[in-house]
Ligand binder design. Sequence first.
Ligand SMILES: [Zn+2]
Length: 223
Amino acid sequence: MFRPNLTFSFLITILIVGYPFTLYPQIVQHLKKVIIIDPGHGGIDSGTTGVNRIVEKDVVFKIAKKMVYYNRYFPNNAFEIYLTRSTDTLISLCDRVNLINKLNADLFISLHVNHSANHSVKGIEVYITESDSQHANEAIFLAYSLQKALSKNIGYESRGVKFANFQVLRGTIDQVPSVLIELGYLSNQDEAMFMDKEENIQAIALTILQSLKHYKMVEINPQ
Ligand SMILES: [Zn+2]
């Protein structure tokens, strides 16, 4: 069972109050990072379907849109966030990857939810590629930050940070740190029901944003 440990208002408060660079708008502008959020699947590709009939492409798109929305709560907007798709449409992997160069992006995060034939399997996994890259260490750091925050704030069972040869990660890691999050299992009754509630979608979006803020704080190098 999920037991969210933080209320939305508290999450919003720590997002805003905990952001230490809001007093220096010029620095904020200088440091603002471009983040691409990739809601997996879309269009004719629905991804996995939950035991309650909700579908992966809709769940991850809702989370991505909420991230864009909550990013506005940061003074001066914390990040520039772009989605690989703005509607329920299927975007090719090539186009998803090309967006990185077009936008001169700093980070790429692909959002998915999982499925298992064993309906008792549940929890969150964050994937990074096995490919060697100058961005590998940052990707590993980000993956662990996301895993920890989503487990702590949302109550996800942690299934670990894993290496995988996913095409979307292979295709992006040479340009930016990239991770793929599997946000629970739609084949599990508890997690499918959890994902069907708007307030939980909001909490997941806020928690991912919060994790990115932490990543940014560690990586910044003010001039
Ligand atoms: Zn997927």
